[in-house]
Design a binder for this molecule. Structure first.
Ligand code: MF3
Ligand code: CO
Ligand code: CO
Length: 269
């Protein structure tokens, strides 16, 4: 289907053009810059509400818009998911302790384009197993991204992530996935972080989506708490996540949410 809005595949996946990629570059960079500036604020003794307030100020200062405030009733500029929280942790009065690990997820809108990214942060000194979890989760995202090129399938991405994670005796969360995005926050397809090679939709140049694997030290099952947002591991094991927004290019992909300061990975320089 060809019209002024551009092409959409039979599976409902929008194909974007080079001008659209420029829009995503700006939105992705804004999200990455915010995540860069958060790092010094993640210290023992502070609260997740204080970190979120800093992020909200930063978003305002940059003149961009939070995509999460008001999204399905969510009221915060970030999700902050500590230790056994898998995703969608709600900022609040919880005091951060030495050794806590947390994912901070920020989505901003710049000129109508959505930049969605998350990273892990550590307060003080993490345990060795927490550090290893973070390492494996980060590597799993980059391994998934390495499978992004025209002709590969979404199943190839999921398979690459799952195979790597399970070889490290960790597990991939099944209950949450990545998503198409662009001028909307969540669009087709669902980007699963597990799967079989050659299955699901074929990647085409111009597709834009997130990859955001959640990896647990224990079993993959999750449950959502009574607040209807916070997802935790059922077995209370530690969980980690990293997220990039990417666009498929002629021979691979472009990562829109790379850290300008090279700070994407928390435990490596
Ligand atoms: N940024 C999350 C994602 O990666 C979505 C957060 S929605 C919220 O898709 F409402 F919880 F903020
Ligand atoms: Co996302
Ligand atoms: Co996100």
């Amino acid at each position: 289907m060809e019209d002024i809005q551009g092409r959409v595949t039979r599976q409902g996946i929008r194909i974007y053009d080079p001008a659209d990629f420029e829009g995503m570059r700006k939105a992705g960079r804004a999200a990455a810059e915010i995540l860069d500036t958060v790092a010094p604020h993640v210290v023992p003794g502070t609260t997740t509400a204080a970190i979120d307030a800093f992020i909200e100020d930063e978003i305002r200062r940059m003149g961009v818009t939070s995509a999460t405030i008001g999204y399905k009733g969510y009221q915060h500029a970030s999700c902050i998911s500590i230790n056994h929280v898998v995703c969608h942790g709600i900022p609040g009065p919880k005091v951060i302790k030495d050794g806590d690990i947390m994912n901070i997820d920020v989505t901003v809108i710049v000129d109508g384009w959505f930049g969605d990214s998350s990273r892990m942060y550590v307060a003080g000194t993490p345990s060795r197993k927490a550090e290893r979890l973070i390492e494996v989760t980060h590597d799993s995202l980059m391994i998934g991204i390495a499978a992004v090129k025209p002709g590969n399938t979404f199943g190839d991405i999921g398979h690459a992530i799952q195979t790597f994670v399970e070889a490290q005796r960790m597990s991939v969360v099944r209950d949450f996935c990545g998503h198409g995005l662009g001028r909307v926050f969540h669009a087709p397809p669902n980007v699963l972080h597990y799967g079989r090679p050659g299955t699901k939709e074929v990647l085409e140049e111009g597709m834009i989506f997130t990859i955001e694997p959640m990896v647990n030290l224990g079993r993959p099952e999750t449950k959502v708490l009574a607040d209807d947002w916070t997802a935790v591991t059922r077995d209370k094991s530690l969980s980690a996540q990293f997220e990039h927004s990417v666009g498929v290019t002629a021979d691979g992909c472009e990562i829109f949410t790379l850290s300008p300061a090279g700070r994407f990975h928390p435990t490596k320089a």
